[in-house]
Design a protein around this ligand. Structure first.
Ligand SMILES: [Fe+2]
Length: 239
């Protein structure tokens, strides 16, 4: 190799190093729900009473104006101290929780998770009962055995969450559908999740989601939520 060829090769190497892409995350979240800092409480896509009798207006109001708003405020407070992270999307923050400074990590995990999860949840509930399309029923049945078996597996998983948490259907990086659960306000975008992937359905099983109407009867709440799930939205998220 003469000197000119050597220098050209060296230059190409340098350009290659400069252009080397950032390490890939385990998956790329396909959602951008909540914008960026400062985050704000989104309006519900329906009035507080729209989901009655499955979910009463009083529960919806305190859930949205009390719990969800609290997560938004606490998330913004945690990010005040981190200007270098303020331009990240919420999905970016949640997928990179393990890179955040330890002092703010738990607050962003809990409150960023809380904001994302509720922003995701509200449009998955429909004021008018919906039939899943034949295409969605087939895709679900192919994965879980049958539509009835899927209902059973989903609601059982919701019942098995100990304490507060969420039950999800996730599209994994290899395009498989899977039911999974997370504790507290964790979700499948987070590096700590047992199953990582893009959620296409999430159901809140915190007591604050049902206690006013159902007290400790989570099974009744889950059966009522099943009746008002927005299958069109699920199908849209499945892509
Ligand atoms: Fe909630």
């Amino acid at each position: 190799m003469d000197r000119r060829t050597f220098l050209a090769a060296l230059g190409a190497l340098a350009v290659g190093a400069w252009r080397r892409p950032a390490p890939r995350l385990p998956f790329q979240p396909e959602l951008n729900l909540a914008g960026r800092y400062p985050f704000s409480l989104p309006d519900l896509p329906y009035p507080y009473e729209a989901l009655e009798p499955a979910i009463d207006a009083a529960t919806m109001k305190v859930h949205h104006q009390g719990h969800h708003a609290g997560y938004v405020n606490n998330l913004n407070r945690a990010l005040e101290a981190l200007p270098e992270w303020q331009s990240e999307s919420l999905e970016g923050l949640l997928t990179k929780l393990d890179k955040l400074p330890a002092a703010q990590r738990t607050a962003i995990r809990n409150n960023g998770g809380g904001h994302w999860n509720h922003t995701f949840f509200w449009p998955l509930l429909a004021p008018k009962p919906q039939e899943p399309s034949p295409a969605l029923q087939k895709r679900i049945s192919d994965t879980f055995g049958s539509w009835t078996a899927f209902r059973g597996q989903l609601l059982d998983a919701g019942m098995r969450v100990f304490g507060s948490g969420w039950v999800w259907i996730v599209k994994t990086p290899n395009d498989q559908l899977q039911i999974t659960t997370t504790p507290n306000q964790d979700n499948p975008l987070m590096p700590y999740a047992e199953v990582q992937g893009t959620p296409v359905l999430g159901i809140d099983v915190w007591e604050h989601a049902y206690y006013l109407k159902y007290q400790n009867r989570r099974a009744e709440y889950l059966a009522a939520v099943w009746q008002i799930l927005n299958w069109q939205k699920v199908e849209q998220l499945l892509g």
